[in-house]
Design a protein around this ligand. Structure first.
Ligand code: DX5
Ligand code: ZN
Length: 239
């Protein structure tokens, strides 16, 4: 178990593998953020996924280290930062100091295998885990030469930048391909899927090999409490 990660609250399905649920706060009520995070923890959030956007790599600006620090103060769980920014390395130290324990940047922002490796080293030098996300247009194969260096790969099921979009489930093939390639090399990075994950498609995500499900609007929405939403997601995974 990585430092700060939640203890497993439920046993994995028989013969199955533990799947973590990582709520994204992007669609939470920022006016009562700490309360929302505590509600997520009470509902069994395994870790927290925080989407940092700079207005360059993606059009919106979301938040940075101050909000990460606020979530850090509200939860004992692992915090991973998903950097949708043009120059991720410039933010690593601040995000780590604010309490992020895993830093995930986009392959498209790094631009090459060598630059990506340097960013992974930079994350590790800060004591953080490292992950790389791929946008819909980037093939899974781009990450093949990096799998040995990563704690997590992130397959985007949406165009990055906005919560509440619908997942393109055809992109789950990339999770399948990455998982198989890693396994063939004796590697087992976490396989995270991000964007549009809901109770109705969570099972398909897991069947494609995902081991971490990011859930934004599925957890923070007007229809349910975060606890009820997380229970519904977990029930699908255990059903
Ligand atoms: C979008 C972010 C996602 C987003 C997920 O670019 O990377 O993490 O918050 O939210 P939902 O689950 O609503 O698609
Ligand atoms: Zn994200």
């Amino acid at each position: 178990m990585t430092a700060g990660e939640a203890p497993r609250l439920n046993p994995p399905p028989r013969g199955g593998e533990w799947v973590r649920i990582a709520p994204s706060i992007l669609t939470a009520d920022f006016g009562r953020l700490a309360e929302q995070v505590r509600a997520g923890d009470a509902g069994g959030a395994d870790l927290w996924h925080m989407d940092v956007m700079d207005g360059h790599f993606v059009p919106p600006i979301s938040f940075g280290k101050e909000v990460v620090a606020a979530v850090r103060a509200a939860t004992p769980r692992l915090i991973e930062a998903h950097l949708m920014v043009a120059n991720p390395g410039a933010q690593f130290a601040d995000l780590a100091a604010a309490g992020a324990q895993r830093l995930m940047f986009h392959y498209e922002a790094a631009g090459s295998v060598e630059a990506a490796r340097a960013l992974v080293r930079q994350a590790r030098d800060l004591g953080c885990g490292a992950g790389i996300a791929i946008s819909p247009e980037t093939p899974a194969e781009a990450l093949f030469p990096l799998l040995d260096a990563l704690d997590e790969v992130v397959v985007m099921l949406i165009r990055p930048g906005w919560g509440g979009q619908q997942a393109n489930l055809a992109l789950l093939d990339k999770a399948r391909v990455l998982r198989a390639r890693a396994a063939a090399a004796g590697l087992a990075p976490l396989i995270e899927v991000d964007g549009g994950v809901k109770a109705h498609n969570a099972r398909a995500c897991v069947e494609a090999g995902a081991t971490v499900l990011v859930a934004g609007a599925a957890v923070f929405n007007a229809a349910q409490t975060p606890q009820a939403a997380l229970a519904a997601l977990r029930a699908v995974l255990e059903g």
